[in-house]
Design a protein around this ligand. Structure first.
Ligand SMILES: C[S@@+](CC[C@H](N)C(=O)[O-])C[C@H]1O[C@@H](n2cnc3c(N)ncnc32)[C@H](O)[C@@H]1O
Length: 394
């Protein structure tokens, strides 16, 4: 496909998304009908679509409208690219810009330039203070790609060299022992022999840093209560000798975990909800709870526009319920670990504070935030310790 044809395809996908379709489904639908598109074409169309979604408000101002065509024109202008280079009308490229489209361009106003819904801005400020603007700006750019080297398999230096031989160039991330920031060749990762062997995993740097901040005792029995694909458990299991248990309200979400754990050389036992009491109590229970994902909106930018105050309030209730259920499975003297990839106080400090005031017998150990940065997503982690003589429920 020509560069112009890729832009034309992206316009169609964005129109479907603006009509209410989830971005991934809209991209899949397009790809099914575009058998002529190679992997490079699919990646380029995806990049255009996600560039628009990250900057939807500013693109609407710069493009003078909010249909796919106007948004693409605006997104290109916002990146300093002249739309005339793509809107040529030649071959499968979109038609050239009309005079009205040229006149419709206007500079984004303050809220538009942040590319956040207005109701979220005070929440960003409350949570991040002076860092709020920087965080919003980071969310307007593509996400970094970060790998975690499996310490049981090889050193980070050896992994960096082996990846370079596969055409995947990386830089070590400061202060995170096994993290490699991919600077070139990220599209080769999916077929990389090193990746397929489990020697490296895709994992955001802040998630890695948060798991590194946990000093669980050797031999600990650890339950990952919201395990999903099990990324957090695998990060811990690569570093600590322990007994690993994984649970998720949706068993289907853990379907890849046994194979992934096998490749990583870890043993993880999957547990159904009704089995948890029999397997417990645990020395540590990790709750990587469902959240708004606001720290990761570079990766899933549609969520930034879909979140509502009602959904945020619902999430707070779900998070509090999960924490209370998980706490009941922690042994006396054991740890309760709560984490999210959200920046909002309502999903982080407030949930932990409410838990601490509702239930006695828990001592806060530490709580920490990782900012949205050049190498990592926004992340929050808090750890509480159950008192030795605590017999209260949970
Ligand atoms: C943020 S994701 C977990 C990601 C995972 N820990 C990882 O590192 O890949 C949250 C998970 O919580 C699960 N979940 C939602 N409600 C739950 C509940 N009430 N109890 C346990 N898990 C729940 C979801 O199915 C989802 O897989």
């Amino acid at each position: 496909m020509t560069p112009g044809a890729r832009v034309a395809a992206a316009i169609g996908v964005i129109d479907a998304i603006q009509g209410g379709m989830p971005a991934e489904r809209a991209l899949t639908n397009w790809a099914r009908g575009a058998r002529y598109a190679g992997s490079g074409d699919r990646a380029a169309v995806r990049d255009h679509v996600f560039d628009v979604l990250r900057r939807r408000r500013s693109s609407a101002a710069l493009g003078g409208g909010d249909d796919g065509r106007a948004l693409l024109i605006g997104a290109l202008r916002g990146q300093g690219i002249d739309p005339d280079a793509f809107f040529t009308g030649e071959g499968h490229a979109p038609p050239p810009l009309s005079e009205a489209e040229r006149a419709a361009e206007r500079a984004p106003e303050e809220g538009e330039a942040r590319d956040l819904p207005d109701w979220l801005w005070p929440r960003f400020q409350a949570a991040l203070g002076d860092g709020a603007g920087r965080a919003a700006e980071r969310l307007r750019h593509r996400a970094p790609v970060t790998l975690r080297v499996n310490a049981r398999r090889m050193t980070r230096d050896a992994a960096q060299a082996a990846l370079a031989a596969e055409g995947i160039l990386c830089q070590p991330v400061d202060d995170i022992t096994m993290a490699l920031h991919v600077t070139e060749g990220e599209r080769k990762i999916a077929n990389s022999p090193l990746y397929l062997s489990g020697a490296v995993e895709l994992q955001d740097a802040s998630s890695q840093a948060a798991m590194e901040a946990l000093d669980l005792p050797e031999g600990a029995r650890v339950l990952d209560y919201c395990a999903g694909g099990g990324g957090k458990t695998l990060a811990l299991a690569a570093r600590i000798e322990g007994e690993w248990f994984a649970h998720d309200a949706s068993v289907r979400r853990m379907s890849d975990l046994p194979a992934r754990a096998g490749r990583a050389g870890a043993r993880v036992r999957l547990c159904e909800t009704q089995e948890l009491c029999a397997f417990g109590p645990f020395d540590a229970v990790l709750c990587d709870v469902p959240c708004s994902g606001s720290g990761t909106w570079r990766r899933g930018p549609q969520a930034k526009w879909a979140l509502t105050p009602e959904v945020l309030a619902d999430l707070g209730r779900v998070q509090a319920d999960i924490l209370a259920q998980a706490a009941a499975l922690v042994a006396p003297g054991g740890r309760l670990i709560y984490c999210t990839c959200s920046v909002f106080i309502e999903e982080n400090e407030h949930v932990v504070e409410r838990f601490s005031s509702d239930y006695s017998g828990w001592t806060p150990v530490f709580s920490r935030r990782w900012p949205i940065s050049a190498t990592g997503d926004g992340f929050f982690l808090a750890q509480l310790c159950r008192e030795m003589n605590d017999s209260n429920q949970p």
